[in-house]
Ligand binder design. Structure first.
Ligand SMILES: Nc1ncnc2c1ncn2[C@@H]1O[C@H](COP(=O)(O)OP(=O)(O)OP(=O)(O)O)[C@@H](O)[C@H]1O
Ligand SMILES: [Mg+2]
Length: 567
């Protein structure tokens, strides 16, 4: 007799659960991100164009810096038809070996930066392959990649796209190519659906800000209007090379520790601790083992989950010095302020680089710069400029740690208006940079920085440091303004006083002028000299440069409203 399910006369193997079981399938990471492309920054045509350029440029700069090459980038956007663009990004970096090209450009979650703790622009191994996927999805055209690794090597040319079901490359062309004008480098050419606009969230603005925060690079940029802008490098000195570090024990979580133990090549617990972590010498390792009640000679292969948990306890109980901080390469106060001076014509500038701090075991440095007054509107919320590892962040301004830290600061004491815990109002731009071996973004599209308490704290401290200097400037300006007003009143009466003196003392009318001068001198002597404050004296300001990427202010407001609605 065949078995039946409750209230059903169908045989057992065709229950609802059986039916559902037939539908279970693996999900390829590429198929996942194809459906969720908004997570990667491809949620609208305008942003898609910016994200594509950003992924390419960030990669080129990372590659050049890793190879110690002063970057020279060519970025070109060609409008093919309405909403369809060709993007060309070429660098003079180390190039990519032939076998790696297909996986790098047509496999999601493949890269060289994810597994190491070193300051770089990219970190996830998604960026450029996601752009290739988006380009193919919207135009059906493959990506065209050329790369050359040295003067005596041929250049390799590929046409490829992603098989999203398998997250694997499909190569439609693979050949050697003449590429004589370059000894080494990589050229990426993608067709995609996009939209080109000017404004705060534009490609022009991204390239300009990238040039400011990376003064060692040259970018030759041609936008779809065929306007070519050459951002020539301002210095031949490469930024301090970012050193790779091992994870710090305090930042480790149990699952990660178990994984590290499973894949280690070391033979004892002690050598595992000293080689795979930063700041753990023999003495510290022994102490951790003691606190964990495990022998330093324990073989990593024999360590089970309970023992791993004991190691976690041991780490907690042991005092371990903070991670090394020479692995961070900040923009520096001087360059941050210089960048602001070039872009904004203000009265007062200041910048602060905080000492390194640590979140979840990862070292980071916060830098803040302020430009106050001058040409900036006084009745609008202050402008924010955000950077992570020298990359400008142009979207999701209201989300993440920067907006939180700025709103949480009490700006009234620094002379700005602020209602409640909102972004203050006033003629000011605040630039905030986080440099870290791992920047905690709130999503894969790398738009906003997660609000770890340590990061928030450092941001607030840096803002307050700048704020205090701003406060004393604003106060001084107020005092001077008040004094000038007062003097104005007194000066108004000087001719009347002179007239009275002429009458009282029986002087000649012709002496009025010299009397006026005398009285002015007495006034000056009595009240002291007034310092000149509030004058714009900024030879670094470059109006033509500052206007790059600017659009009609009305369009700009519309764009911001649109973004606010979306977020
Ligand atoms: N222009 C280039 N020159 C040399 N190597 C490159 C270049 N572009 C990419 N790569 C290599 O390809 C890898 C994958 O790049 P991809 O942009 O997908 O990821 P990522 O930069 O590691 O991280 P993210 O997803 O955060 O951008 C990089 O880690 C880098 O090693
Ligand atoms: Mg990248």
């Amino acid at each position: 007799m065949s078995q039946t399910t409750l209230g059903d006369s169908k045989p057992k193997h065709s229950t609802k659960a059986d039916e559902m079981a037939t539908k279970q399938r693996d999900i390829s990471v590429a198929a996942f991100f194809e459906k969720n492309r908004h997570l990667l920054g491809f949620d609208n045509p305008r942003k898609a164009l910016l994200t594509t350029i950003k992924e390419g440029v960030d990669n080129s700069l990372d590659a050049c810096e890793e190879a110690n090459i002063l970057p020279e980038l060519i970025v070109e956007i060609i409008e093919l038809s309405e909403n369809r663009f060709r993007v060309i990004m070429e660098d003079n970096g180390p190039g990519i070996v032939k076998e790696q090209v297909p996986k790098i450009f047509a496999r999601l979650l493949y890269g060289s930066k994810f597994h190491k703790l070193a300051q770089s622009r990219g970190q996830q191994g998604i960026g450029i392959s996601a752009s290739v996927m988006y380009g193919h999805l919207t135009t059906g055209k493959p990506a065209k990649i050329t790369s050359k690794i040295g003067p005596n090597h041929p250049a390799h040319y590929y046409e490829l796209h992603i098989d999203t079901d398998k997250n694997k490359p499909i190569i439609s062309k693979d050949e050697e190519k003449e590429w004589n004008h370059k000894d080494h480098g990589t050229r990426v050419e993608l067709d995609l659906e996009g939209s080109y606009n000017k404004g705060k969230q534009s490609v022009d603005q991204y390239i300009k800000e990238t040039a400011i925060t990376n003064p060692h690079c040259t970018i030759i940029y041609t936008n779809p209007k065929a306007e070519q802008i050459i951002f020539a490098r301002a210095t031949d000195t490469m930024p301090e090379k970012a050193k790779e570090i091992q994870p710090h024990p305090y930042g480790i979580e149990l699952g990660m520790l178990i994984r590290m133990i499973a894949s280690t090549e070391t033979r004892t617990l002690q050598s595992f601790l000293t080689t795979e972590f930063s700041r753990v010498g023999a003495g510290t390792a022994k102490e951790i083992c003691e606190h964990a009640k495990l022998l330093p000679q324990t073989k990593p292969r024999s360590i089970n989950r309970e023992m791993a948990e004991k190691i976690m306890m041991g780490i907690k109980k042991t005092k371990i010095i903070s991670p090394p901080t020479d692995c961070i390469s900040p923009i520096t106060e001087e360059l941050l302020e210089k960048g602001l001076r070039k872009e904004i014509n203000a009265e007062f500038y200041t910048a602060v680089t905080r000492p390194p701090a640590v979140y979840r075991g990862n070292p980071f440095v916060i830098e803040v710069g302020i430009a106050y007054g001058g040409d900036q509107p006084g009745d609008k919320p202050v402008s924010l400029m955000r950077y992570a590892n020298r990359v400008p962040l142009q979207y999701s301004q209201g989300a993440g740690a920067v907006a939180k830290a700025v709103s949480a600061t009490k700006w009234k004491s620094y002379g700005l208006q602020q209602s409640g815990s909102n972004i203050p109002t006033g003629p000011m731009t605040i630039a905030v940079h986080i440099a870290s071996v791992w920047v905690p973004f709130t999503s894969e599209s790398k738009e906003a920085i997660a609000s770890y308490p340590e990061i928030l704290k450092e941001m607030k401290l840096a803002i307050q440091e700048c704020g205090r200097k701003l406060g004393s400037y604003v106060n001084k300006k107020k005092k001077v303004g008040f004094e000038l007003k007062k003097r104005g009143y007194i000066e108004k009466y000087i001719p009347h006083v002179s007239q009275a003196l002429i009458e009282l003392l029986g002087l000649k009318d012709s002496e009025e002028e010299s009397l006026n001068d005398h009285l002015k001198e007495i006034l000056e002597e009595q009240r002291g000299k007034v310092e000149e404050v509030g004058k714009i004296d900024n030879p670094d300001f470059d109006e033509e440069f500052a206007n790059i990427g600017k659009e009609d202010p009305e369009d700009e407001e519309e764009d911001l409203e649109e973004e606010n609605e979306r977020s």
